[in-house]
Structures are given as structure tokens and as C-alpha cells.
Design a protein around this ligand. Structure first.
Ligand code: MG
Ligand code: MG
Length: 262
């Protein structure tokens, strides 16, 4: 059952979304060669708790950490560890925060130092997939429109979309109905209504879409060992269109810039 949210609930979800969005923005600035993914996890947990929220992932079905830290061929659900990020890696950070009972869920993939153009292209296309998916988050559209937007864009660049893991409805619980696949056909699937809130999360592979889970029981990797990127936003459906609750607008510092003379 898809649980619609009132405007008041969406404002609470915005508070959670903005907090976790700010956490992710900060974590991105920490990413550089030599830092461990565990250091980034620690910073995430502190920032979430300092913001008066709980790290949603920690303890979720037994997941032990506050972020999922997925490097290179790891798709999602990677464990933070003493692995030191190195130049050329791509690093996906997925983070959730529960504030006053409502969850925000967001993820991004970051370059570690300088990366090769092919890795850069994978990240760029994955982010474009998310933006195209957000454009489909309109009342009256269907879930298949979202999945199709992701699949079509990824495949037109020679990539594949992961089938084994999907986006989801979100609210008081991180994972609510419906499932939101990154593949689909336009006009198919449940109709999207005002008040629905979705976590849309393209997972795009450079090679085939097949995945497997490592022996830790969590870390998902590509079966062919090729790179994978993952980005995610929490999005409310409103009469006016998609409202991206986890999108953080950078502080406007234009007023602080010195005037140019010529
Ligand atoms: Mg997530
Ligand atoms: Mg999610």
C-alpha cells in the first residue's frame, strides 16, 4: 500500500531531507586520496546526531554503519572500512537520517582525486539519469515513466541498469511501497499521485546489469567487476511537480564577492 503524505508531513520530511543532504554535501568535501571510508562514516554519524536525528541505516536489518560506502565495482551496501580511498577510485556514499520520525535518504558518487574520462562519464550519465527520472515524478504519470527515463538514458550511453535493487517509497519508514525500478515502460505501473514521496536511485553499471553479494552478506558488487555508480534523492510529488527534499541549495555567497572594476 502506498502511503500518501500530508503537506505537514512533507515539511517534516523536508527537514530530514535537508539535514541528510547537508551531511552528504559535507562528506563529499572530505573525499580525497588517503582518507578511509570509516572516517567518512564516523563524520556522517556525528553530523546526523548533532543535527538531532538518528542514522537510519545503523541497525537497519542489522546493517552496522551510518553510511553505505561502495567503491568502484561495489554497487550499493558496501561497509565502511579501513580501506584508504585512492586516486582514480569512484566512491558512492549513501546516507539516511531520521528526524522527528521521518526519513531522508540520499546518495551520490564522487571522484577520488583525478579519475579517467570513462569513469567521469559514468558518474555524469548516472546523475543525468536521476535528473531525468525526477522530471517524470509528476502526478498522473506512472512508475514506468520513471524507470524508463533512467533505463533509456543509461542504455543509450552503452551502460546497463541494475535490476536486483530498486528505489522505494519513503516516509516514517525508509522502505515503503512502492518499489521504484530503474527500468520500465512508459505509461505502465501504478499512477503517481500528489502526496507520494519516493526515493529514486539509479544504479548504473559500465558492464552488464548482473550483481552478486559478497560474503559479508551486504556488499553488492557487479558480477563482471566493472564500475558502478549510484545517486539518489528523496522526492515529494506535489501539484506543482517534483519537490526534491534532499537537494541542498549551496549558500548564496554572491553578496560577499568583491565588485569587479572592469
Ligand atoms: Mg539510500
Ligand atoms: Mg534508498
Amino acid at each position: 500500500m502506498i502511503i500518501g503524505k500530508s503537506k505537514r508531513e512533507i515539511e517534516k520530511m523536508r527537514a530530514a531531507g535537508q539535514l541528510v543532504g547537508q551531511v552528504l554535501a559535507h562528506l563529499k568535501t572530505m573525499v580525497e586520496p588517503g582518507i578511509t571510508t570509516m572516517e567518512i562514516d564516523r563524520a556522517a554519524e556525528k553530523m546526523i546526531r548533532d543535527g538531532g536525528a538518528l542514522p537510519t541505516f545503523k541497525g537497519y536489518n542489522g546493517f552496522p554503519y551510518s553510511i553505505c560506502a561502495s567503491v568502484n565495482e561495489q554497487v550499493v551496501h558496501g561497509f565502511p572500512s579501513n580501506y584508504k580511498l585512492k586516486e582514480g577510485d569512484i566512491f558512492s556514499i549513501d546516507c539516511g537520517a531520521t528526524l522527528e520520525g521521518y526519513v531522508g535518504d540520499t546518495a551520490t558518487t564522487v571522484a577520488v582525486g583525478r579519475i579517467d574520462p570513462e569513469s567521469e562519464r559514468l558518474i555524469r550519465v548516472t546523475k543525468e539519469c536521476l535528473e531525468l527520472a525526477i522530471e517524470q515524478c509528476l502526478p498522473g504519470n506512472h512508475l514506468g515513466d520513471i524507470g524508463h527515463a533512467v533505463q533509456h538514458h543509461a542504455e543509450s550511453h552503452g551502460y546497463s541498469v541494475v535490476r536486483d535493487y530498486v528505489g522505494h517509497g519513503i516516509g516514517r519508514r525508509m522502505h515503503e511501497d512502492p518499489q521504484i525500478p530503474n527500468y520500465g515502460k512508459p505509461g505502465l505501473g501504478p499512477k503517481i499521485k500528489v502526496g507520494y514521496v519516493f526515493a529514486v536511485e539509479p544504479m548504473v553499471n559500465r558492464g552488464s546489469h548482473f550483481t552478486k553479494v559478497l560474503s559479508d552478506g551486504w556488499t553488492v558488487v557487479t558480477l563482471d567487476g566493472k564500475l558502478s555508480a549510484h545517486v539518489e534523492h528523496t522526492i515529494a510529488i506535489t501539484e506543482d511537480g517534483p519537490d526534491v527534499l534532499t537537494r541542498v541549495v549551496p549558500a548564496d555567497t554572491s553578496a560577499l564577492q568583491p565588485a569587479t572594476c572592469n
